[in-house]
Design a protein around this ligand. Structure first.
Ligand SMILES: *[C@@H]1O[C@H](CO)[C@@H](O)[C@H](O)[C@H]1NC(C)=O
Ligand SMILES: *[C@@H]1O[C@H](CO)[C@@H](O)[C@H](O)[C@H]1NC(C)=O
Ligand SMILES: *[C@@H]1O[C@H](CO)[C@@H](O)[C@H](O)[C@H]1NC(C)=O
Ligand SMILES: *[C@@H]1O[C@H](CO)[C@@H](O)[C@H](O)[C@H]1NC(C)=O
Ligand SMILES: *[C@@H]1O[C@H](CO)[C@@H](O)[C@H](O)[C@H]1NC(C)=O
Length: 302
């Protein structure tokens, strides 16, 4: 058995790693400590004489107890307690970090009414490996009825909420709990599905030059919007000729095309589209990447 003091609390660990019998290399034990705290690591529970602690294999102290005040990141490494015979009594890998801070959560629905997505960040890096538990439930349902929010995409801190009730009378609660070896922190965030609708930008934007210095602009709804037939989108068109301050926004349009007119020969126009739920729920999409079209100066060929 060996005794370890962490934050002034006494932790008794199993003896397996501490009583290193001769010639048998004990496994390296991981020890997680908060930056700024004090750590004491006794070598054994007995009055061991003639043992020394090594840090990353250089001798640190000839004493059975190692004591670190105000631990900092540079104290990270492998601490090994050895007898004079060279037998290793125990090896500790010290990891420094912080308990997680409550996640900052952002939810939106690019796929209404099929799913919403929540992503989150921590305001400061806990340095240590941190896991996340993400669940959601109806506001007045018990905590025990919460469902797992499934990991979404290749991002570590993003999950998808499926089968949400539409036009629900009470909010959905998402619970993101960050957990690491030093602690946990929870953020509970309420939202109403319709209020977080935010389509992705429209796709396949194209423009065709027409006689009379006009451009016919067409686009497709974002492919992530699951049902553009029953859940219609409306669109705005923004265009400018080189300088963003010349931008004009037209619309909304309920169809997937429109004609820009009154354009000036020789100018290059930059055109972007954004989409919004037709009932005005939530937010508009970001603008699509601009396409550009130059109005020819020679309009009439003989
Ligand atoms: C602990 O270390 C940090 C950084 O090395 C220092 O800023 C701080 O004042 C120290 N705190 C104490 C209580 O010694
Ligand atoms: C000790 O070893 C650890 C892990 O190998 C390394 O990250 C750290 O920089 C080393 N520290 C010193 C002071 O050599
Ligand atoms: C919320 O309640 C509705 C209606 O009872 C139900 O259909 C839905 O599955 C519940 N949502 C969650 C996340 O439990
Ligand atoms: C949030 O999730 C954590 C981890 O699953 C759980 O322990 C906690 O009870 C939940 N809190 C609420 C209010 O849902
Ligand atoms: C955009 O165009 C590509 C190629 O023509 C097509 O495969 C894709 O389905 C279109 N996207 C949408 C949302 O219509």
């Amino acid at each position: 058995m060996c005794l370890i003091y962490i934050f002034g609390a006494l932790v008794i660990t199993s003896g397996v790693f501490c009583q290193g019998t001769a010639a048998l290399q004990p496994a390296v034990r991981d020890l997680f400590v908060a930056v700024g705290s004090s750590v004491k690591i006794p070598c054994t529970d007995g009055e061991e004489k003639g043992v020394e602690w090594r840090f990353n294999s250089s001798v640190l102290v000839s004493s059975p107890v190692i004591s670190i005040q105000n631990a900092s990141l540079k104290d990270q490494g492998i601490y090994t307690c050895q007898k004079q015979t060279g037998d290793v009594v125990q090896s500790v890998s010290l990891h420094l970090g912080y308990p997680p801070s409550p996640p900052h959560v952002h939810c939106w629905s690019p796929s209404y009414p099929k799913r919403a997505i929540c992503s989150w960040t921590l305001t400061s890096d806990p340095i240590l490996p941190t896991q996340y538990i993400a669940t959601y439930r109806n506001f007045s349902d018990p905590v025990s009825s919460a469902r797992q929010c499934q990991k979404w995409g290749d991002q570590d801190r993003q999950c998808a909420l499926e089968e949400l009730e539409i036009f629900a009378r009470e909010p959905t609660l998402i619970n993101i709990t960050a957990v690491n070896a030093l602690g946990s922190a929870t953020q509970i965030q309420p939202f109403i599905f319709e209020q977080i609708v935010k389509p992705d930008p429209p796709e396949n934007v194209s423009g065709i030059i027409m006689p009379g210095r006009k451009v016919s602009v067409q686009w497709s709804p974002p492919h992530t919007w699951p049902d553009p037939v029953n859940f219609l989108l409306k669109y705005k068109v923004r265009f400018h000729w080189g300088k963003p301050e010349t931008a004009r926004t037209l619309g909304p349009y309920e169809s997937n095309k429109m004609v820009l007119s009154g354009l000036v020969a020789g100018r290059t126009y930059y055109i972007q589209i954004s989409a919004k739920d037709i009932l005005d729920d939530g937010q508009s999409s970001e603008w699509s990447a601009p396409i550009h079209i130059t109005i020819p100066t020679i309009l009439y060929l003989k």
